[in-house]
Design a protein around this ligand. Structure first.
Ligand SMILES: C[S@@+](CC[C@H](N)C(=O)[O-])C[C@H]1O[C@@H](n2cnc3c(N)ncnc32)[C@H](O)[C@@H]1O
Length: 240
């Protein structure tokens, strides 16, 4: 199933940082990541989906937030290629009433039939799938394939702010603070250097919109969060 070997050891990074991943997220975003996920979840539930996929679920924060807000009977799946991150997600979901199906595998070849899901979401994972990734097109086409025509796709991701002054401060934070703070907290400086580099060089909302359109998504809308350092993108799979 997990066929894709990255050009760089992304998979291995998560093996190292999974223990402190949640803590580092809270610190990096000044606790705001929880609110951003809540907004993503509202967007994901808008079309009253019966089957939901959280791609690159990691330690499960997005799918857990969904489980607390969706109607009983909704089918919830979390998908990720890191066994360690998934183990954390399972641990966190253990005492919850809702049952979530966690599956290990690569987005490059997902084990779901075409058109399985009404809604798919991805929080802070799309960057991993497309930035300097030789499988970028494959990842995007898989994300499109597993959605029903007209199904909703929601992306929460870091973004390049359009305001030049804010972009300057954002870049300082990403270059000089985030990698070292992340390195200290997680013990893996390399992983957080990658994270900072990919965030700094990542797309604007307009660029991301074009990427989604090329991948077969329509009705693309976006919201800027945290003065444009983060974006929330909403799209629908094209109906042929
Ligand atoms: C930055 S974390 C985001 C985790 C979570 N969604 C969140 O909101 O915190 C990115 C996740 O994507 C996963 N990932 C990266 N590339 C992947 C791929 N090609 N297939 C499956 N999972 C992947 C990593 O294992 C990691 O758990």
């Amino acid at each position: 199933m997990a066929t894709n070997k990255q050009d760089f050891p992304l998979h291995d990074y998560y093996k190292d940082i999974y223990k402190t991943y949640d803590l580092v997220n809270r610190v990096f975003t000044f606790g705001q990541d929880k609110n951003w996920r809540k907004r993503a979840v509202s967007a994901m539930l808008e079309n009253a989906p019966a089957k939901i996929l959280d791609v690159c679920t990691g330690t499960g924060d997005l799918i857990l937030e969904i489980s607390e807000n969706c109607p009983a009977g909704t089918s919830l799946c979390g998908y990720d290629f890191s066994a360690e991150m998934l183990e954390k997600a399972k641990e966190k979901s253990r005492d919850k009433e809702y049952s979530i199906e966690f599956t290990e595998g690569d987005v490059a070849s997902m084990p779901y039939s075409d058109g399985t899901f009404d809604t798919a979401g991805i929080s802070f994972g799309l960057r991993n799938l497309v930035y300097e990734n030789s499988n970028a097109d494959l990842h995007l086409s898989e994300l499109n394939r597993v959605l029903k025509p007209g199904g909703r796709f929601v992306v929460l991701e870091s973004s390049k702010p359009s305001n030049q002054i804010w972009r300057f401060f954002n870049n300082i934070y990403l270059q000089l603070i985030l990698p070292y703070l992340g390195g200290i907290l997680s013990g893996n400086l390399k992983a957080y250097k990658y994270l900072a580099k990919s965030s700094k060089n990542y797309y604007t909302r307009e660029e991301m919109g074009k990427i989604l359109e090329k991948a077969g998504f329509r009705q693309i809308r976006s919201q800027s969060l945290f003065l444009g350092s983060v974006m929330l993108m909403l799209a629908e799979k094209q109906v042929n």
